[in-house]
Design a protein around this ligand. Structure first.
Ligand SMILES: Cc1cc2nc3c(=O)[nH]c(=O)nc-3n(C[C@H](O)[C@H](O)[C@H](O)COP(=O)(O)OP(=O)(O)OC[C@H]3O[C@@H](n4cnc5c(N)ncnc54)[C@H](O)[C@@H]3O)c2cc1C
Length: 215
């Protein structure tokens, strides 16, 4: 979609470049990166209600989009069948440059080309003391009262922590990477350890962004 948009001089989605997955999955999870979320571009969405067989179109404003969340996460009976996006006219070369820049940033953070499900935990909302600590240590502002789960994990010694063949990322501790023959059980053990450490250190309960199947 973003490549097509760039080729046609349509700007707005450049910072989403490199997020893997389908449009349906991205809309359901309100996928986003570097300050842009799919909801920022979405005009409306057509959905099939699998219980009634009805297909209807809803405005984006009615989809309860929030940080990595939407109406569809709570209502799995709906399947997203199409979506309409609004882009703004832009210069093809400028759009492509910004997309390459985004991909380069993702590569630098080692969140591309690895065996990983992406961010394991959502960035949690934290109290003002933790927000201030984050800003002091990183010189970055928290957004909407949230700090990166990766930073909390790093503070708790989870950087490069490995159980079996599953390792917390070397550049981004919130990415659990399968280094070879990692198992779902090892990922769950690492997840439990991470949650315990963050809870004991900060009093913050991390919640998974990944969808767990079979647990
Ligand atoms: C390496 C890596 C990097 C990532 N980086 C980012 C990032 O920077 N930002 C970010 O937000 N996310 C990121 N992700 C997560 C990614 O956005 C989601 O995995 C993706 O958007 C989900 O889409 P999918 O098609 O893969 O869905 P799937 O993984 O196939 O499904 C995810 C969920 O969505 C549901 N679903 C899928 N399609 C539909 C549909 N049409 N209608 C209703 N429900 C549906 C499925 O039932 C399932 O519950 C990353 C993932 C990886 C692996």
């Amino acid at each position: 979609l973003l490549t097509y948009a760039a080729e046609n001089g349509l700007s707005g989605g450049e910072r989403l470049a490199g997020i893997p997955g389908s449009i349906g999955g991205a809309v359901r999870g309100n996928a986003g990166a570097f300050g842009t979320e799919i909801k920022d571009l979405m005009k409306n969405v057509s959905v099939l209600n699998t219980e009634t067989g009805e297909v209807k179109t809803c405005d984006a404003v009615k989809c309860d989009f929030m940080y990595r969340d939407s109406f569809f996460k709570k209502h799995p009976e709906y399947i997203i069948v199409s979506a309409t996006f609004t882009f703004t006219p832009g210069e093809k070369k400028t759009i492509q440059k910004e997309m390459y820049h985004t991909i380069a940033q993702r590569n630098a953070k080692q969140i591309q080309g690895i065996k990983s499900a992406g961010s394991w935990f959502v960035n949690p909302a934290v109290n003002s003391t933790i927000q201030a600590q984050f800003t002091k240590e990183t010189q970055k502002e928290s957004h909407g009262g949230r700090v990166p789960a990766g930073w909390l994990l790093q503070e708790c010694g989870m950087f490069k922590k490995r159980i079996g063949d599953i390792q917390a990322g070397t550049q981004h501790a919130n990415y659990f990477i399968n280094m070879g023959n990692g198992t779902a059980e090892q990922a769950m053990q690492l997840s439990t350890l991470a949650k315990t450490r963050v809870r004991d250190t900060f009093g913050v309960q991390l919640k998974e962004e990944v969808v767990l199947a079979g647990f």
